[in-house]
Design a protein around this ligand. Structure first.
Ligand code: F6R
Length: 606
């Protein structure tokens, strides 16, 4: 959720912290702040409401050459977005940045009698707690460890003190923290993106671990002071991948790069000569794959919809299998039963989503195999699952997920094919899907190229509406759900999606002149039934846009007709039209496309 950075070394900390915060801004953007220290322990603290650029302006007025500091970009959980609620929070000599939620902060606050709190945040309570334990005879590390033993909740923290101006203490439980190792300098980040360009050597902290970081040295231990052996990992360090590369926004860049990102998802996994799929990293034997009787797919938001879409395909490809798709925030508190021979697919772009992570841990504790369908390499879920497949879509910076959806759905379809192969499903059936996956990047490329301008034009007209209804059947239904989510989150137009067959059971009552409807008409055996749905909407004065790959003529206000060789997977191709549509509607409305209001990219709190 929030972004954390830290630096200790030889260079000016402000520059490094600011550039790190800009990279992490997609994690939260309601306020930000930086605290740096000179070697006498004098602290410069700057905090601003709004974007990191506001903080940058502030810092340019009060320059310093301090060589150590911590910074934070916030997504509010406790207390409104404001300067006094922004991090770093201070108590006495202690300055702290925090990602997560301290659940028992009210109880702790009551116990910290006499302390005057100036913010409404749980984080300030943690700062005060550390400060209260930071007596003259102990060092910061011990005060932090003692305080964290009294805390329930989740945290990734970085702490500095006036009394130890060469040290940053970090700790994690439930929220990611990475330590980057440079030559004579150490970096802290909640996300590897902030380390790119500085170092490719990193230590990922595990839950229950803390570290004392100085310039060029890191001492790693558990909260109970047991030493931990250091595992240094090499992280991707390609700066190109986190830049806009000539596009106005990350969102349009990520939409347009889907042919490339999808090629990298499929690369080495489609064995074309044999019309087969081979996913490495599943850590399942052929016999285990063959024995799978039930698949449960867990995710949130777009990752959930990718799972829902994949479930339709997996059922079609494998045949004899049940597939349940569940929203992580619900599933984690349900009394669910997992039959024997269940495998769970844990779907997450960031690999850090708190609810998805909690479900994964619960399923694993029940002895079921968990497989990650993850984009962010080295993320918490990716490191804790029993096996899995990286989707390799590359960094997704825009808050609205696009290329990850396409890659996640494709990976799960490949998983379905691999299960089908193990179960002896006819090659004739599975090879159809292998062939369709193979051409998918090219088909998406053509549609993006041929229809971008058309969608841009169209979106001007429809950006004036207040409401939208998305409709689709079968594999087009999850795509309709995803289309509605994309539109609402970046354009703020109220959008809902239904299975076309559900229209008559309630939603048809909505249709009036404040609504437009997007109907996904995939050219499959259900197209005539979808057409009946269209007639029903037209009969009530609907304003329908049909997105289709069929050559049929449809009675509607607007038709966007694509040509694609994909048949089974055509809904995935049609989905890119919805992505373009949401982007251009948002642009027409003058919205912050990459950082829509109230949202953050990586949801590491419940
Ligand atoms: C929508 C969107 C969110 C995420 C959801 C899960 O565009 O981005 O709905 O899909 O928050 O995030 P991950 O995939 O990181 O677990």
């Amino acid at each position: 959720m929030c972004g954390i950075v830290g630096y200790v070394g030889d260079r000016e900390a402000n520059n490094i912290l600011l550039s790190g915060l800009k990279r992490l801004e997609y994690r939260g953007y309601d306020s930000s702040g930086i605290a740096t220290l000179n070697n006498r322990g004098e602290v410069s603290l700057a905090r601003k409401k709004g974007k990191v650029s506001e903080l940058e302006d502030e810092l340019s007025k009060n320059k310093n050459s301090n060589k150590i500091g911590i910074g934070h970009t916030r997504w509010a959980t406790h207390g409104e977005p404001s300067e006094h609620n922004a991090h770093p929070h201070r108590s006495g000599d202690v300055y702290l940045v925090h990602n997560g939620i301290i659940e028992n902060y009210k109880e702790l606050k009551e116990e910290l009698e006499g302390h005057k709190f100036i913010s409404q945040t749980d984080t300030e309570v943690l700062a005060a707690l550390i400060d209260s334990l930071y007596t003259n005879d102990i060092i910061l590390k011990d005060a932090v460890a003692q305080a964290l033993k009294l805390v329930t909740g989740t945290y990734g923290i970085a702490v500095v003190s006036k009394r130890e101006p060469d040290t940053i203490v970090v700790a994690r439980s439930g929220s990611p923290l990475i330590i980057g190792l440079g030559k004579g300098e150490t970096f802290i980040a909640s996300d590897a993106t902030a380390l790119i360009g500085h170092t490719d050597q990193a230590i990922y902290l595990n839950d229950g671990e803390m570290a004392v970081c100085t310039a060029g040295a890191v001492d790693l231990m558990t909260l109970s002071a047991q030493p931990v052996s250091t595992k240094v990992e090499t992280i991707a360090n390609d700066i190109q991948k986190i830049q806009k590369n000539g596009y106005d926004h990350f969102l349009i860049k990520e939409i347009m790069e889907q042919p490339t990102s999808l090629r990298s998802t499929l690369s080495g996994r489609l064995i074309l000569g044999e019309n087969r799929v081979q996913l490495g990293g599943l850590n399942l034997s052929l016999a285990e794959l063959k024995d799978i009787e039930n698949i449960v797919i867990v995710g949130c938001g777009t990752a959930y919809y990718a799972g829902l879409l994949a479930s339709y395909y997996i059922e079609k490809i494998v045949g004899n299998i049940t597939v349940d798709v569940v929203v992580a925030s619900e599933f984690r508190y349900r009394s669910f039963y997992l039959p024997k021979n269940t495998v769970a697919l844990i779907v997450s772009q960031s690999g850090e989503t708190a609810d998805t992570l909690a479900c994964m841990r619960e399923i694993k504790s029940r002895g079921m195999k968990t497989l990650g369908i993850i984009n962010a390499v080295g993320s918490t879920i990716a490191r804790e699952v029993d096996g899995g497949v990286y989707v390799h879509a590359g960094p997704e910076i825009s808050v609205a997920s696009t290329k990850a959806f396409t890659s996640q759905a494709s990976v799960m379809i490949m998983f379905g094919i691999q299960v089908a192969q193990a179960k002896g499903v006819s090659l004739e059936k599975t090879s159809e899907y292998v062939k369709e996956l193979n051409i998918l990047p090219k088909e998406i490329e053509t549609v993006l190229k041929n229809h971008r301008n058309e969608i841009e034009e169209l979106s001007k007209k429809y950006s004036k509406y207040d409401h939208a209804l998305f409709l689709g059947r079968d594999t087009s239904f999850p795509v309709a759900l995803e289309g509605a989510l994309k539109l609402k989150e970046i354009s703020y137009i109220h959008a809902e999606a239904y299975a076309t067959g559900e229209l008559k059971h309630g939603p048809i009552a909505l249709i009036d002149n404040r609504f437009f409807e997007i109907m996904i008409m995939n050219d499959d055996w259900l197209i005539d039934k979808s057409s009946s749905g269209l007639s029903e909407v037209n009969a009530r004065g609907g304003h329908v846009i049909v997105l289709t790959n069929s050559s049929k003529k449809f009675e509607c206000e607007t038709t966007v007709r694509i040509k694609t060789k994909n048949k089974l997977l055509a809904p995935i191709v049609l989905n890119v039209l919805q992505q373009l549509f949401a982007y251009y509607v948002s642009l027409a409305k003058g919205n912050e496309v990459d950082q829509p209001r109230n949202l953050a990219k990586s949801v590491t709190v419940e």
